[in-house]
Design a protein around this ligand. Structure first.
Ligand SMILES: *[C@@H]1O[C@H](CO)[C@@H](O)[C@H](O)[C@H]1NC(C)=O
Ligand SMILES: *[C@@H]1O[C@H](CO)[C@@H](O)[C@H](O)[C@H]1NC(C)=O
Ligand SMILES: *[C@@H]1O[C@H](CO)[C@@H](O)[C@H](O)[C@H]1NC(C)=O
Ligand SMILES: *[C@@H]1O[C@H](CO)[C@@H](O)[C@H](O)[C@H]1NC(C)=O
Ligand SMILES: *[C@@H]1O[C@H](CO)[C@@H](O)[C@H](O)[C@H]1NC(C)=O
Ligand SMILES: *[C@@H]1O[C@H](CO)[C@@H](O)[C@H](O)[C@H]1NC(C)=O
Ligand SMILES: *[C@@H]1O[C@H](CO)[C@@H](O)[C@H](O)[C@H]1NC(C)=O
Ligand SMILES: *[C@@H]1O[C@H](CO)[C@@H](O)[C@H](O)[C@H]1NC(C)=O
Length: 430
C-alpha cells in the first residue's frame, strides 16, 4: 500500500479512534495560556527492531492530527521538512522526537490532538495506536463589547449597557454602580452581562463599572451615566406682601442636566416682558430671580417661574404678590345713567388693599349728605344706591375711598343723567 494512502487512511480513521482511545484512558490534558506555547508529548518508543537498528528511524512517519480537521496538522517523514496544515504554518514543530510544540497559542487551538507513529517497516499493515491529548487554552478576559465611557439618556427612556468578554475559563461579568453592587430589588436588570432598565429615573445617574474576571485575570470598564431631564426647582418663589413703592424680589432657582438653564417669569398667563406695565421695569437675573422695582398696585397678582433647558416639559412654581396701598378709585365713567322712577346705582370703582373702610362722595362740589336724600345709601362697595331715581339725583359726583393706609385721592367726576326707563313695549317684545 502506498504511503499516501496510508496517510489518508490514518486521517480518516482518526475520529473513530479518538473516542475509543479516550475511553481507554490514554488521553492526557495539557493546559497552556493564550499567546504562550505548549508541548504535546508523544514518545517515540523504539520498537524492538528500532532498538537494534536505530538508523532505521526514517522508516517512521510521525503524524499529528487534530479532531475536526480533515488534514493532519503535521506530518514528518524522515529527513524531509514536515508538512504543516495551513492554520499551523510557522507555529508547529516536532521536539524531542515526536512531541508537538505549538507556539503563539490562540483560543481556537483548544481541542483534541492525536499523535500517531506509522511503522513503515512493519510486516503488519498497521500503525501504532495514537496518543490523545486535550489542549486546553486558558486566557485572561478580553473585552469583546463595552458601553461608551460616557452615556447620556433621556429621563423615562429605556437603557441598555452591554458588557462582554472572551476568555477561558469563560469570564464572569459583574456590574457595580458607584462602587456598590447593583441590588436585586432595584429596577436595573443584569442579564448575561447586559444591564438594562425599562424607564430611566433621575437617581440612576452615576458611574457604572463592568468587571470581567476569570482565574487568569480581570478587567474593568467604567461608564459615566448622565440622565437628561427637565430642571428641578430647588427654590420656589414665596407669596409676598409689600407696600407700594417698595421693590419686589421673587426668587426661583433650579438645577438641571443639561445645565443650560433659562428662566421665564409669567404673570397671569403672560410673559412679564410682554406686559405693558411691567416690561420696562422688571428684570430676570441669571440665577432666576425676578426684580420688580417701585411697586404699583397693578403689580399685584400671581407670578409663575418656569425654568427650562429645552428637555421635556419644564416645571413651574407660582407665588402670589400682594401690593398694599392706600385706597384709590379706578377709572370712573364720565356719565352715569339712572332710570327715572326706578332703582339706580352710582358706582365708585374702588381699588383697595387693605380693604376699603369707607367712601365719601361729593355732589356738585359739596360733600354728599345722605340725610338730605331719603332712600339713598352708600353700600358696602362704596357705591351710592338710590331706591327711586328722580331729578334730585342729577348732578356731578366724585368719590373718595379710604382704607387703613388712607386714600390716593378723589375720583374723576361722573355726570349723572336721568333717563326714561325701558318701555313696556320693548320689554314685552323682548
Ligand atoms: C491499540 O488499540 C487497540 C484497540 O484499538 C487495542 O486492542 C490494543 O491493545 C492497543 N495496543 C496498544 C499497544 O496499546
Ligand atoms: C450570553 O452571552 C454569550 C456571549 O456573550 C452568548 O453566547 C450566550 O448565548 C448568551 N446567553 C444568553 C442566555 O443570552
Ligand atoms: C430611584 O427612584 C425610584 C423612584 O423614582 C425608586 O423606585 C428607586 O428605588 C430609586 N433607586 C435608588 C437606587 O434610589
Ligand atoms: C484583578 O487582577 C489583579 C491583577 O491584575 C489582582 O491583583 C486582583 O486581585 C484581581 N481582582 C479580582 C477581583 O479578581
Ligand atoms: C407698609 O406700610 C404700613 C403703613 O404705611 C406699615 O405699617 C408697614 O410696616 C409697611 N409694611 C412693610 C412691609 O414695609
Ligand atoms: C392666584 O392664585 C391663587 C391660588 O392659586 C388663586 O386663588 C387666585 O385666584 C389667583 N389670582 C389671580 C389674580 O389669578
Ligand atoms: C440646551 O441644550 C440642549 C442640547 O444640549 C438643547 O436641545 C436645548 O434647546 C438647550 N436649551 C436652551 C434653553 O438653550
Ligand atoms: C368721610 O366720611 C366719614 C364718614 O363716612 C367722615 O367721618 C369723614 O369726615 C369724611 N371725610 C371727608 C374728607 O369728608
Amino acid at each position: 500500500m502506498g504511503l499516501e494512502r496510508r496517510w489518508l487512511q490514518a486521517v480518516t480513521t482518526a475520529v473513530a479512534i479518538c473516542l475509543l482511545s479516550v475511553s481507554q484512558g490514554e488521553a492526557s490534558l495539557v493546559h497552556a495560556r493564550v499567546g504562550s506555547s505548549a508541548e504535546l508529548s508523544c514518545s517515540l518508543n523504539p520498537t524492538s527492531t528500532e532498538a537494534t537498528t536505530p538508523n532505521l528511524f526514517p522508516l517512521h512517519v510521525v503524524e499529528w492530527v487534530r479532531l475536526g480537521f480533515n488534514v493532519p496538522i503535521l506530518i514528518k517523514f524522515g529527513v524531509y521538512a514536515p508538512r504543516v496544515h495551513p492554520n499551523y504554518k510557522g507555529r508547529v514543530s516536532l521536539t524531542r522526537g515526536a512531541s508537538l510544540l505549538v507556539e503563539r497559542l490562540t483560543l481556537e487551538d483548544e481541542g483534541w490532538f492525536e499523535c500517531r507513529i506509522l511503522l513503515l517497516d512493519s510486516q503488519k499493515d498497521d500503525f501504532r495506536n495514537g496518543t490523545w491529548t486535550f489542549l486546553s487554552i486558558t486566557a485572561p478576559p478580553v473585552f469583546i463589547k463595552t458601553p461608551p465611557t460616557f452615556v447620556e439618556v433621556l429621563l423615562g427612556d429605556s437603557l441598555t449597557l452591554s458588557c462582554g468578554a472572551h476568555g477561558n475559563p469563560r469570564p464572569t461579568v459583574v456590574w457595580h454602580k458607584d462602587e456598590s453592587q447593583i441590588e436585586k430589588h432595584e429596577k436595573i436588570k443584569v442579564l448575561n452581562g447586559t444591564l438594562s432598565l425599562a424607564a430611566v429615573t433621575r437617581n440612576i445617574s452615576g458611574v457604572y463599572k463592568c468587571h470581567v474576571s476569570n482565574t487568569e485575570g480581570n478587567l474593568t470598564h467604567y461608564t459615566q451615566l448622565q440622565v437628561k431631564g427637565p430642571p428641578i426647582i430647588l427654590i420656589s418663589p414665596e407669596d409676598t406682601t409689600l407696600n407700594m413703592t417698595q421693590d419686589a424680589v421673587l426668587q426661583c432657582q433650579a438645577d438641571a442636566y443639561p445645565s443650560n438653564l433659562t428662566y421665564e417669569w409669567w404673570k397671569q398667563g403672560e410673559n412679564v416682558y410682554h406686559i405693558e406695565s411691567l416690561k420696562s421695569r422688571v428684570k430676570v437675573l441669571v440665577d432666576g430671580t425676578l426684580l420688580i422695582p417701585n411697586l404699583i398696585p397693578e403689580d399685584a397678582g400671581n407670578y409663575t417661574c418656569i425654568p427650562t433647558n429645552g428637555i421635556l416639559t419644564p416645571p413651574s412654581a407660582t407665588a402670589h404678590l400682594k401690593v398694599k396701598h392706600p385706597a384709590r378709585v379706578g377709572r370712573m365713567s364720565r356719565e352715569t345713567y339712572l332710570p327715572a322712577g326706578m332703582e339706580g346705582v352710582i358706582v365708585c370703582p374702588v381699588q383697595a388693599d387693605p380693604p376699603v373702610m369707607y367712601v365719601n362722595w361729593t355732589k356738585d362740589g359739596n360733600d354728599l349728605n345722605l340725610d338730605n336724600f331719603p332712600g339713598w345709601i352708600v353700600n358696602s362697595e362704596g357705591s351710592v344706591f338710590i331706591t327711586t331715581a328722580n331729578d334730585n339725583a342729577v348732578g356731578m359726583y366724585t368719590c373718595t375711598a379710604y382704607n387703613s393706609y388712607g386714600t390716593m385721592g378723589r375720583s374723576e367726576p361722573t355726570q349723572v343723567i336721568l333717563k326714561d326707563p325701558p318701555s313696556f313695549r320693548s320689554a314685552s317684545s323682548a
